[in-house]
Design a protein around this ligand. Structure first.
Ligand SMILES: NC(=O)c1ccc[n+]([C@@H]2O[C@H](COP(=O)([O-])OP(=O)(O)OC[C@H]3O[C@@H](n4cnc5c(N)ncnc54)[C@H](OP(=O)(O)O)[C@@H]3O)[C@@H](O)[C@H]2O)c1
Length: 340
């Protein structure tokens, strides 16, 4: 007997990708139900070679369902996740609502799989922010070997991280720019995104950091190690899918760049592409639709005692959201629920 699975937010960027990945990875599901808002009742979404018709999440009875993968934003999650959990269905949530709750596990399966046992606290598991997920996958094996003390990261984040409206805005502005004299009016983003970069993702905090930057700090500590210092600058770039990160790492012990490359080659979830020649590195275009976190440009930072630089790229809708959520479902299934 397999699992009964709910995908909430099935019409969205992450929801559609979760359905694709459940099918691609042959998740042992006997039944998959697609939910979205009332606006989307009857909207057809693909699940492998099947087509599902979306139902309204309002009033949906989660009783008898094992796992609900949520990607509906924090406001709607606040209403529906507690309902699903109280009806006995484990929620794996992509929003930021529960990530910082000490009772709720925040999981990247390659990094802290044991935390899954804590799902029992509230029947909810949180999925990290897209930029954090790919970064901690790359940091974990290096931390195990040489103890990371400090991370300085700059991100180059695609517009799909801001949902389907973000993708539409880049598309419409890019088309619009070819019409001479056409004015560009930002809606989803704070400034023009086509042919531009914007050093603001989410709101500003009193510290001067943005909330996205704060999330990378808080989530890395919760998932990997509370003692690691992280400072981040998060930037939106005119790329449809795929987040990139330039990561500078300072370690307790010396780690040679060749050994770091070998460690990363062996690490789960990572694909090293690091030829020191033109084009011998990963870019977002190549990572779209892939499961891996790509690591390139691994090199010593000689300006500090024990320093390394690397370039990390991943499909934000996959490792940054949908894939990680499905991996958590697999972990929960294999370790705890044990069906299928
Ligand atoms: N995109 C990423 O890289 C990424 C990464 C990590 C986490 N996340 C998180 O994942 C969540 C979804 O992001 P997304 O990029 O998929 O957004 P999206 O493309 O804008 O899709 C939003 C989804 O939520 C549904 N929804 C919105 N309000 C709802 C309500 N009141 N009741 C029921 N369903 C509702 C929408 O349904 P309708 O079509 O019916 O409106 C749609 O299916 C967000 O919390 C986001 O922060 C996204």
């Amino acid at each position: 007997m397999g699992y009964k699975v709910v995908v909430a937010g099935a019409t969205g960027n992450v929801g559609r990708e979760m359905l694709n990945i459940l099918a691609e990875r042959e998740f042992p599901a006997d039944e998959v139900v697609a939910l979205a808002s009332r606006r989307s009742i009857g909207t057809e979404v693909s699940y492998g070679d099947k087509t599902l018709k979306c139902k309204d999440i309002e009033g949906f009875d989660f009783t008898g369902y094992d796992i609900a993968l949520f990607a509906i934003g924090s406001d709607a999650t606040k209403i529906y996740a507690p309902i699903a959990a109280s009806q006995g269905c484990v929620v794996i949530d992509n929003s930021s609502l529960y990530r910082y709750d000490p009772e709720i596990p925040l999981i990247v399966p390659e990094v802290n799989p044991d935390a899954v046992e804590n799902y029992r606290n509230k029947m909810i598991i949180a999925n990290p922010n897209c930029s954090t997920a790919q970064m901690v996958v790359a940091l974990k094996p290096l931390h195990d070997r040489a103890r990371i003390k400090r991370v300085v990261v700059s991100t180059y984040q695609s517009v799909s991280g801001a949902g389907k409206e973000g993708m539409d805005e880049l598309w419409n502005q890019t088309k619009g720019m070819y019409v001479p004299g056409q004015e560009v009016e930002p809606k989803k983003f704070q400034k023009q995104i086509a042919f531009n970069v914007i050093p603001q993702i989410d709101v500003f905090l009193d510290s001067g950091d943005t909330k996205e930057e704060w999330k990378m700090v808080a989530e890395t500590k919760k998932i990997l190690d509370t003692s690691i210092k992280v400072t981040a600058t998060c930037v939106r770039v005119p790329v449809f899918v795929g987040h990139s990160e330039a990561i500078n790492i300072e370690t307790e012990d010396f780690l040679d760049e060749d050994e770091a490359r070998d460690i990363l080659r062996e690490a789960p979830g990572i694909l090293v592409i690091d030829k020191r020649e033109p084009g011998g590195y990963a870019t977002p275009v190549e990572c779209v639709g892939d499961f891996a976190t790509f690591v390139s440009r691994i090199r010593q930072d000689v300006t500090v005692e024990n320093g390394l630089n690397l370039w990390c790229v991943s499909d934000n809708l996959r490792k940054g959201a949908a894939l990680n959520a499905v991996q958590i479902a697999e972990l929960l299934g294999n370790r705890v629920l044990k069906k299928g």
